[in-house]
Design a protein around this ligand. Sequence first.
Ligand code: HEM
Ligand code: NAG
Ligand code: NAG
Ligand code: NAG
Length: 342
Amino acid sequence: MAVVPAAPVVLGVAMVLVVLAASAGAAGQLRMGFYAESCPGVERVVGDFVRQHVRRVPTVAAALLRLHFHDCFVRGCDASVLLNSTAGSVAEKDAPPNLTLRGFDLVDRVKALVEDACPGVVSCADVLALAARDAVVAIGGPSWRVATGRRDGTVSAMQEALDDIPKHTMTFPQLASLFASKGLGVRDLVWLSGAHTIGIAHCSSFADRLYGYPGGGVGAAGNDTADPALDATYAANLRRRKCRAAGGGYAEDGVVEMDPGSHLTFDLGYYRALLKRRGLLRSDAALLTDAAARADVEGVAAGPEEVFFQLFARSMARLAALQVKTGAEGEVRRNCAVVNGG
Ligand code: HEM
Ligand SMILES: *[C@@H]1O[C@H](CO)[C@@H](O)[C@H](O)[C@H]1NC(C)=O
Ligand SMILES: *[C@@H]1O[C@H](CO)[C@@H](O)[C@H](O)[C@H]1NC(C)=O
Ligand SMILES: *[C@@H]1O[C@H](CO)[C@@H](O)[C@H](O)[C@H]1NC(C)=O
């Protein structure tokens, strides 16, 4: 039975719509093709640059994806991760584990190209969001829609990176609650961890699993008590080869592929390795300690790959919209490493 609403109800609905539209405008919102008029070529400029560089140096894809993740988890996706420290404050990029973020130079270069085309128009946060997506696509991973219109923040604080970036030593409940604090669910945690299907980790990021577990880590090198959740053969191999210094002993700066054999391919290798107890980080292995997360890992690992791609893409779109600044908030930084006039 069709109900014809009484006039006041219609009016009420109309008013709600007006209010919603107004608040969306005031808060500002990301939208597809935000620069369609102000800088129509920007998505092509970023895409061409990233594709070229990933083709030449495929490992930069992982670097760009991780930068975008670190950006979004601290103060939202506002390019705060790209700011240099200043005399007055130590920036996110200098917070340990700072040694391991890569790709700043690449973002600066693509931003310079964008500035040449449209000075002062496109934010660093948008450049990074687009570059991360294009990098994943360039190595054969999934694509996702990147709505634009982010504004850049003016603050970058080391302590906030220490508080908000997940640590490799975290347990499942700790990871889940950190993600929840960002409005992301445990499934986002499981699918986004799939990013570790590409890229590398330094031995210092998992030494705690190889030496003197559980307290262990770097200081316990020489003590071969390993994390029982890590495949023993794999652990021995890491100790003997990948994390061994030239002169013997432990090499903190040794580098290991997170998904050995296919670290340049966006595939199901990460989840399959995880199920063989060859996930590299404690935080990777932690996904198996929760029954529901474990079931999700098993489900996605079984394939087809397309399912992972869709789930990953959907979670990436959520990540890329975290606490964004829009409208008149923040600024459009001209140089991603320094605030305007700074
Ligand atoms: C769930 C919590 C997470 C933890 C604890 C974590 C931790 C880490 C650590 C310790 C490394 C190795 C760094 C090094 O030693 O060089 C790493 C690498 C990486 N992470 Fe994560 N990560 C997490 C989630 C994510 C997410 C959500 C993404 C992206 C969506 C991501 C993308 C990457 C990539 C691509 C690399 C490789 C970087 C490279 O090759 O330079 N990670 N992560
Ligand atoms: C930011 O810091 C990096 C590394 O210390 C340096 O190479 C770069 O020139 C700095 N950028 C600016 C604009 O100060
Ligand atoms: C990392 O941060 C520390 C301070 O926490 C700083 O002394 C060091 O120079 C930084 N390293 C890099 C490569 O930026
Ligand atoms: C190695 O480390 C473990 C865990 O910290 C400890 O229980 C064990 O006694 C250590 N072994 C040696 C030989 O130091």
